[in-house]
Structures are given as C-alpha cells and as structure tokens.
Unconditional design. Structure first.
Length: 294
C-alpha cells in the first residue's frame, strides 16, 4: 500500500473507527441507504460516507460493537461545496461557461478555503484527495447531514472502507461533531503549501472582476445571452466583454458630464461645447491620477 497524506493512517486498524471513509458499494446503496434513506442513496453528490460514531463504541467484542447504530455523514466534492456556499456571489456558472465574480468576494473565498483545509469551519470536514485510494478529488464531509444505520451492517461498512483518519484528525472530527469547548490541535497546512493550494483553486474558479464593473459586466453577459440563445459565455467571450467595458475613468467622466448636464452647465445633447469639456477631462493629468485601468 502506498504512503498516504499525513491526515490518514498508512495502515488502517482491524475495526471501524471515527472518520473512516466508506465508498458507496452496491450493498450500502441498496441494502442500507435505499430502504430508509433514499435521498442519501440517490443524491449524485454523495460520493462517499464518513463514520461519525466514536471509535471506542466501534471496537468489536464478543461478535459485535458497543453501539447499536452507526452514524454516517455524506462526503461531497469540495467543488460542489464551493458552488453551494458562493452560489449568489459567483456568476455565469455552468457547463462550458466562464464564471466571474467581484474582487471583494475573492478574499472571503480564500478565507473560506483556508478554514476548510485546516478543518476550522464547523459544517465541513476536509478530506485531501488520494487518487491511489479511490479519492480522486478533494472532498468535504457535510457534518450536519448525519444519518444512523443499524450496526448489523458493520462488516459491510468495514469492507467499504477506503481510508482511515490519523488519530489527531479523528479527535478533531470528534470535536467538530460534539461542539466541545476545548479546541483539538491538529497539524495545520504549511503556510506556503496552503497559499499555493488556495491560489490554484481561486485561479480556476472564476475571473475576478473589480466590484465597480460587476453591474456593467452582468448586463453585457445578459445582453449577449439574449442575442445568442443557447451559446455559453465562455472564457474568451467573457474576456472580450470585459475588454469592452468602460474604464473607471470613463465611467467617472460620464458621471461628471451627466451631473453638469443636470445642472444646466453643458448641453445634454452632443455639441462642440460638450465635446470640449469631455476632452478636457479626458486629457487632464490631475483628474487622471485618481484612476487606474483594470
């Protein structure tokens, strides 16, 4: 067996333990979940399940374990969690489409990822990908969605085990489950490593747009979709729409011209005088120093 990430044990124990990652075998789907928890059996994002029952209650003695029931929680891809948590902040998501979001969202996105990776976000428990052990991508256990199954399925759950958490991370999972007051210390990601991991996800999540441009870009995307039914706004098209957006300086000049027209200082219609004022604003070095292009 190849060495695994430091959050897992290289050699699992003979018994089930808290934090064991279970694959969805036909038995677990058809015999355990479908009769009593059909939603969990059918949900396409429930890639695995994680054992929440305390390890001390899972030790087998005299043919069985102490607990009459096993608590499980669904494990879903991290990308699914991110889509759900930021669904109202990251726009234009979908197949073949290029997502975009405000720059102000990026800091919250990075903070969320950092907390999740270090298991400091109460709802989720992060599971690092392990392709050699069946975990093809980063995952998160969704702790509030726990269910109970009868302990008679213990042996089949043991057969379905793919990975087992290191003892310290079992304790951290127990802390999150029990909402204890004392924080359990676990090894955090190296600062450079977590910055790189967060950065990789941030770069592939969306095109991050200045907040002031979000409204204009959303209108441009909407206009394009209305004029091109069925055509996704992909990366190249989104960049083309962004390139056509007015700069902050141009937006400011338009706002100034509107103000002057409302005050009756310039004509609201195109005229030589209006053009002269606009050109003066455009070329004025003092005015220009307050703006930087995207």
């Amino acid at each position: 067996m190849s060495l695994v990430h430091w959050t897992y044990k290289d050699e699992p124990t003979a018994d089930l333990e808290q934090g064991d990652l279970l694959e969805k075998t036909p038995y677990i789907i058809n015999e355990v979940l479908a009769p009593f928890h059909p939603y969990y059996a059918q949900h396409r994002d429930n890639s695995f399940f994680i054992v929440l029952t305390q390890s001390c209650d899972l030790v087998r003695r005299g043919g069985g374990c102490k607990s009459e029931y096993l608590a499980l929680a669904p494990v879903r891809p991290l990308r699914v969690i991110l889509e759900r948590e930021f669904s109202d902040q990251i726009r234009n998501q979908g197949e073949s489409a290029q997502a975009y979001a405000a720059l102000s969202t990026q800091s919250r996105y990075r903070d969320f990822l950092t907390k999740v990776f270090n298991n400091n976000y109460p709802k989720y428990f992060f599971l690092q990908s392990q392709p050699d052990h069946g975990l093809a991508e980063d995952m998160c256990a969704v702790l509030p969605l726990s269910i109970s199954i009868k302990a008679e399925h213990y042996d089949e759950c043991l057969k379905a085990r793919k990975l087992q958490l290191d003892d310290a991370f079992q304790a951290k999972l127990g802390y999150l489950i029990g909402q204890q007051y004392a924080k359990v210390g676990t090894r955090d990601w190296d600062e450079q490593a977590i910055d790189a991991k967060v950065g990789d996800i941030v770069k592939t999540t969306a095109v991050w747009v200045p907040d002031n441009d979000m409204g204009a870009l959303a209108r441009s995307v909407s206009d394009f979709e209305a004029a091109n039914q069925g055509t996704a706004v992909d990366y190249l098209k989104l960049q083309a729409l962004i390139d056509k957006l007015p700069t902050r300086k141009e937006q400011a000049i338009t706002a100034v011209m509107t103000f002057l027209a409302n005050q009756g200082l310039v004509s609201s219609e195109p005229s030589p005088a209006r053009g002269k004022v606009r050109k003066a604003l455009t070329n004025d070095a003092t005015f220009s120093q307050f703006f930087r292009d995207r």
